[in-house]
Structures are given as structure tokens and as C-alpha cells.
Design a protein around this ligand. Structure first.
Ligand SMILES: [Zn+2]
Length: 264
């Protein structure tokens, strides 16, 4: 049973809903007063802003997020989304052990429920576990209403806390989408949203050499690398990425999140 959202979360969502209506109301006012060109210009601007805020992973229109490691040292952060899976996750863990690299696994709550021992094994090997929503509703995450948004984020938080004994502090939205109602649950649960600034599109691309060339192009100090579990070539992609990190002489690690939590 997922606990209901706290009052602070509900209040913030109400304000955000009202704020979200304001541009539409302004457009209607401009239209009825005969300023149709200004109404069209405002509508276009708002449409572009909201579209960017929704589908551009690193756009912080709807709330704070991190997409790179701070400082100018040689550190990068390796993140692996969408697990756990009994077929594909263990080979990834073995590869990481062999390279003595620790990663941040963004797990899906319902998969974690099916494989709790594997979740504990990821943690036992020294990796960090983050919240990647309870059911990973990739196609509709951008359109979730406040109640469903809470269920997705708080549900995964509860699942992982039950398995591990402590709740994650990192959150990554499915496919990097956001909406107006994503920040209040994160603040209520003490979660920081971590996006990425280095990826090879390994979830959709099958050509491993092309994936690795794309990663190589954007791999630099401070990179947050996005990889995926569960793809046919995930072990091969991870192996190539670990080689790239070693060749460049980068270290791997995690930044500590600046926890912004609502007062209870
Ligand atoms: Zn995902």
C-alpha cells in the first residue's frame, strides 16, 4: 500500500496546476479582446517551452535536475537503467567487478519486486540503486496526472526501501521526460533527479560500434553516462564503455545529491 502524498505535495501540485492554466487563460483573453496575433504568438511560445520542458531530458523548466558531475576532476558517473533482470544483470555486475567500477543502477520497481535477491546483490557488490519509477510507463510518463505521478515515484521508492532497508536518493524519469507534476513528489521523498550528458542510444540502436562511437564523442570529465540493462548487447556495450573510461584515465564515482526535502 503506497502512502498518500503529504499535504505539501498536494499544495504544490495545486499551485502548479493553476500556474499551468495561466498561459491558456491569457491566450483566451487576448483572443476575445481582438489581439489574435498576440494570442497566436503567446500560444506558440508556450507550446515550444512546454514541449522542450517535457521531452528535452536536460531542460529544467519544471524543476531542478542534475546532468553532469560537479568540479573539474577526471571523474565520470556510469548509470545503467531499466533492470533488474536475471539474464542480463549478472553479466553486467561481473564486468563491473572485473574493472573495479561502481555504477548507479536505476531500477524499475515492478521488476525489483520480482527479483529482490538480485536487487540486494547489486547493492552487496557496492553499487548504488536509484528510483526509475514503479512501472516505467515510457509512452505516457510525460502526461501523468499528479496522483499517478505520485504512485509511480513513491511506489518504486517503497519497493526499493522494503527490499534494501533504505530508500534511494536518486531518481531518473523514464525516457527522460518531465511534466508539471514531477517535482513535488521528488521533494517530498528527498529524491534528486539525475539526467545524463553522454549516451550512445543503446536502447534503440543495435550497432554496438556505432553506440560506442557516440559515447566516445561525448565522454569527458564530469560525464554522466547513460547505458541500459535488458538490451541484447548490453554487456558488450558496457564492456566497450569501460574500456573507453580506462583508456581516458577517468575515475568513476558518484556525486552526493543536494537533497531538497519538504519539511514534514
Ligand atoms: Zn528507462
Amino acid at each position: 500500500m503506497i502512502p498518500p502524498p503529504p499535504e505539501s505535495c498536494r499544495r504544490q501540485n495545486q499551485w502548479r496546476f493553476i500556474l499551468g492554466l495561466l498561459p491558456g487563460a491569457a491566450c483566451v483573453l487576448l483572443l476575445v479582446s481582438g489581439h489574435w496575433q498576440a494570442a497566436a504568438a503567446l500560444f506558440g511560445l508556450v507550446f515550444v517551452l512546454i514541449t522542450a520542458g517535457t521531452i528535452a531530458p536536460r531542460c529544467a523548466l519544471f524543476g531542478p535536475l542534475l546532468s553532469s558531475m560537479p568540479g573539474d576532476n577526471q571523474n565520470v558517473c556510469l548509470t545503467i537503467d531499466d533492470g533488474p533482470d536475471p539474464e542480463t544483470t549478472p553479466p553486467l555486475l561481473d564486468l563491473l567487478d572485473r574493472h573495479q567500477v561502481k555504477a548507479l543502477f536505476f531500477l524499475v520497481g515492478k521488476r525489483a519486486q520480482r527479483h529482490p535477491d538480485l536487487v540486494r546483490e547489486i547493492a552487496r557488490r557496492g553499487h548504488t540503486i536509484g528510483n526509475h519509477s514503479q512501472t516505467h510507463p515510457a509512452a505516457i510518463f510525460w502526461a501523468l496526472h499528479p496522483q499517478r505521478m505520485w504512485q509511480e515515484i513513491a511506489g518504486c521508492q517503497q519497493t526499493l526501501a522494503t527490499i534494501l532497508g533504505s530508500a534511494p536518493v536518486w531518481f531518473r524519469p523514464p525516457v527522460g521526460h518531465h511534466n508539471l507534476f514531477i517535482t513535488p513528489p521528488l521533494r517530498a521523498l528527498g529524491l534528486t533527479m539525475l539526467i545524463w550528458n553522454c549516451r550512445g542510444f543503446d536502447a534503440v540502436e543495435r550497432d554496438v560500434s556505432l553506440i560506442l562511437r557516440r559515447i566516445e564523442k561525448t565522454l569527458r570529465p564530469g560525464a554522466v553516462i547513460l547505458l541500459h540493462d535488458l538490451t541484447p548487447a548490453c554487456a558488450e556495450v558496457l564492456s566497450g564503455t569501460l574500456d573507453l573510461i580506462r583508456q581516458r584515465g577517468y575515475t568513476t564515482g558518484l556525486l552526493m545529491p543536494p537533497v531538497i526535502r519538504d519539511q514534514a
